[in-house]
Ligand binder design. Structure first.
Ligand code: NI
Length: 158
């Protein structure tokens, strides 16, 4: 397990690329997932996507305070409603923005061993899922931001 360097927006175009699907559920993937979780917790984040550590694979980790969630090849298969979210991103330090997201999302993904799983998230978890999945297609929340609210909300919340 190791802390990896988080790529910041503007440093590297890896954040703007589409990630490849994972087809090998091997030791290498497990190390990546372990390192991503370590890196997310170390940075006090609620989620991290593989391109943020320079890896173009469809892999994200999320923890909104309810335990670690690992999603490999995730896809949103249903969504419902809308919510207004205040987002930040470990790749865009010091910024906060208002983004509209679905209120509830249902996700199909695989776990670290390739088993198919489904997960439903609402509120902050739905928010985190949408934010992290966007990273897999090179989308950063600032692209969708309705308003920059850095001044109102400060810099230190993820
Ligand atoms: Ni992010």
């Amino acid at each position: 397990m190791a802390i990896r360097k988080i790529v910041k927006l503007g440093e590297d175009d890896v954040l703007r690329k589409h990630c490849r699907k994972v087809d090998k559920f091997d030791k290498r993937l497990h190390v990546l997932l372990d390192d991503m979780a370590d890196t997310m917790y170390e940075a006090d984040g609620a989620g991290l996507a593989a391109p943020q550590v320079g890896i173009l694979k469809r892999v994200v980790v999320i923890d909104v305070g309810e335990g670690l969630i690992e999603l490999v090849n995730p896809e949103i298969i249903a969504s419902e409603g809308t919510q207004m979210c205040i987002e930040g991103c470990l790749s865009v330090p010091g910024k906060r923005g208002k983004v509209e997201r679905p209120a509830i999302v249902r996700v199909h993904a695989q776990d670290r061993d390739g088993n198919h799983i489904e997960l439903e998230g609402e509120e902050f978890l739905a928010n985190a899922i949408c934010h992290e999945l966007d990273h897999l297609d090179g989308v950063i929340y600032v692209d969708k931001m309705l308003e920059d609210v850095t001044d109102q909300y400060g810099e230190d919340v993820e």
